[in-house]
Design a protein around this ligand. Structure first.
Ligand code: B12
Ligand code: SF4
Length: 529
């Protein structure tokens, strides 16, 4: 080996997201490569908002022979720019790509064309092997190199998939700084047995669990080092109930005031034993992301999503009523065959159950996903730019999609923010909560013409104006619910509509206490994209 430095890098969506994939790769460099390879490799993370030139300079300053990039839907455009500059400035550096975004449709991607190699799928075994190959041929005399391997490694390499127990865990790679300031992604199982066509995990065919004793020993070490925010990336946490029970019990035995544990769950499977354990958790600890996506049975069957709607409703209702878990339920707009009115009906069913947040997502055509088979039959048109959001379908027009996108943004600001808990009830009052909120959203858009940069005070004034002027609700009633929401949110400025009331409002200890508890609960929220 002449130059042995390997840099593993990625551009995370935000600083709080620490890359789990790259830490797996780092952890397996010695086992599937060599100790020397591990000793001379570094992990370097950036965020997508970092200046591209600075990223390039920092990478080049490490003078590596190989740079491995983790490529995802949120960073592919920025990573492409970085690689373009690196290839111009230092063409001898070998660029290896990996990650879900470059694991499919490699033949049409500009980023792939620029790279030297791409490892599709899992990277733990194939990446170290490829690095060793590249480094040894870089160090060997030209003639020897050519004789040993006349063509060199292939450009597109299918990542080797060993049984999970042969893979080293990544958790030792988290530094104390990560534990203190970032979300810790952890993984008790990989893959998903379901086939929802919009989802990349539908290609997995099955889910593989890690050995639970080994896994929990790792999590215990993280916990002892002070980690308190865990986010499980398992596609379906409640798939294998024995494992779910042991994981929940693990955290129940370690309850502490700042502990939060986030799981993705399938909504229609909640056996009694699981319920019995869930109810034992105090508020603030458990966060469940419940993928509902659609209640329309025809759409479900079209996209191969198996979901029992009655059980889904019963389980979400049960969780809201009986547990302290924070529920975050997801719906997708724009699925093939789903019209705006069918989506509205689904929303109303979900809203009536009272989950703490409803995440309104727009359908995306992820590279490699089977949903593409409906493109013709359902008139699906997607953006060519990441994240490849749907622009139009036979069931929803482009204007309906734009309208939904604005609504989803306002829904985040007003409903999911938790800042308008009482006033939201007034805003959604009507035969259809969705239609009522849509009306507010259309009105707000006409007034402000933007969905970003709205301060909490502007929103308070807008809600006030809408409810009193447009809906003609009783002024005092509206003011009192807005005031109560505003004080609970802990905001300090003074919206016009509440100025008089706020002036008369002594700074009460009670309000300060509410402010603190609001902040605490917001801090606990780990939101998912
Ligand atoms: C954490 C996460 C996020 C985080 C971001 C984390 C970050 N680092 O910044 C947040 C919450 C922001 C996020 C957002 C979104 N996400 Co997301 N997210 C995930 C999640 C749950 C976990 C990723 C993970 O750690 N996996 C575990 C590790 C071990 O797997 P891995 O990352 O794939 O890494 C392996 C291989 O890919 C490979 N590999 C990785 N890097 C490298 C590098 C090299 C050099 C090599 C050789 C190999 C290699 O080796 C690793 C080990 O085997 C996955 C689902 C999942 N369970 O994987 C979805 C997932 C990655 N997200 C997905 C999607 C669609 C989104 C959203 C578009 C969702 C939305 N809102 O509609 C948004 C994007 C927002 C945007 N700005 O565009 C898709 C992937 C799409 C894609 N092509 O990248 C996934 C796979 C979900 C799915 N099943 O469809 N997400
Ligand atoms: S949406 Fe959920 S259940 Fe469906 S394939 Fe993806 S991970 Fe599995």
């Amino acid at each position: 080996m002449t130059k042995a430095a390997v840099v593993l890098t990625t551009l995370n969506a935000k600083y709080i997201h620490a890359s789990l994939g790259l830490r797996y790769l780092m952890a397996n460099l010695a086992k599937y490569g060599s100790q020397e390879l591990r000793d001379r490799s570094v992990l370097k993370e950036f965020t997508i908002s970092r200046n591209r030139q600075e990223v390039v300079q920092e990478l080049l300053a490490l003078d590596p022979a190989i740079i491995g990039f983790g490529v995802y839907i949120w960073n592919v455009s920025q990573t492409l720019e970085v690689i373009r500059q690196i290839k111009t400035l230092r063409p001898t550096i070998k660029v290896i790509l990996g990650g879900p975004e470059v694991s499919h449709e490699t033949e049409v991607q500009e980023i792939v064309a620029l790279a030297d190699h791409v490892i599709t799928g899992w990277g733990e075994v194939s990446f170290p092997k490829l690095c060793l190959q590249l480094l040894s041929s870089a160090g060997a005399p030209e003639s020897v190199d050519r004789r040993l391997n006349p063509l060199g490694p292939a450009k597109i390499i299918l990542g080797e998939q060993l049984p999970l127990d042969e893979i080293e865990f990544p958790y030792g790679q988290f530094r104390d700084e990560d534990l203190d300031h970032r979300i810790l992604y952890v993984e008790a199982s990989r893959g998903c047995p379901f086939k929802c066509e919009f989802c990349l995990s539908s290609l997995d065919k099955t889910a593989w669990p890690f050995d639970l004793d080994r896994f929990l020993a790792e999590i215990s070490r993280l916990f002892d080092r002070g980690a308190r925010q865990f986010k499980f990336v398992d596609r379906t946490f409640n798939l294998k109930v024995e494992n779910s029970l042991r994981i929940l019990q693990f955290f129940l035995d370690r309850l502490s005031p700042d502990l939060t544990v986030h799981f993705e769950v399938i909504p229609d499977y909640l056996p009694e034993r699981l319920k019995d354990l869930i109810v034992r958790f105090p508020p603030g600890v458990l966060q469940f992301e419940v993928g509902v996506q659609t209640f329309n049975v025809e759409v479900q069957s079209l996209i191969s999503r198996k979901q029992n709607n009655d059980k889904t409703i019963a389980n979400i209702g049960w969780l809201v009523e009986n547990s302290s878990a924070h529920l975050h339920a997801d719906l997708i707009f724009g699925l093939p065959g789903e019209s705006a009115s069918s989506f509205a009906r689904g929303f109303d069913r979900l809203y009536a159950l009272g989950p703490h947040e409803i995440q309104l997502g727009l359908l995306k055509r992820l590279r490699g996903t089977p949903i593409a088979r409906h493109d013709r039959s359902h008139g699906m048109i997607y953006s060519e730019k990441p994240p490849y959001a749907v622009l139009q379908s036979a069931a929803v027009s482009a204007e309906e999609i734009r309208r939904f996108t604005r609504l989803a943004r306002y829904w985040d600001l007003v409903a999911n923010s938790g800042r308008f808990n009482q006033s939201l009830r007034l805003l959604t009052d009507g035969l259809s909560a969705y239609a009522a909120f849509s009306d507010f959203s259309d009105w707000l858009w006409k007034q402000v013409g933007e969905t970003a940069n709205l301060t909490p005070e502007q929103l308070v004034d807008a809600v006030y104006e809408y409810l009193t002027d447009v809906r003609s609700l009783d002024v005092e009633n509206v003011r009192s619910s807005l005031l109560s929401d505003y004080l609970a949110s802990g905001a300090r400025a003074s919206p016009k509509s509440l100025r008089q009331l706020l002036r008369n409002q002594p700074v009460k200890l009670e309000a300060q206490a509410r402010k603190r508890s609001f902040r605490q609960s917001r801090n606990k929220l780990i939101t998912q994209g």
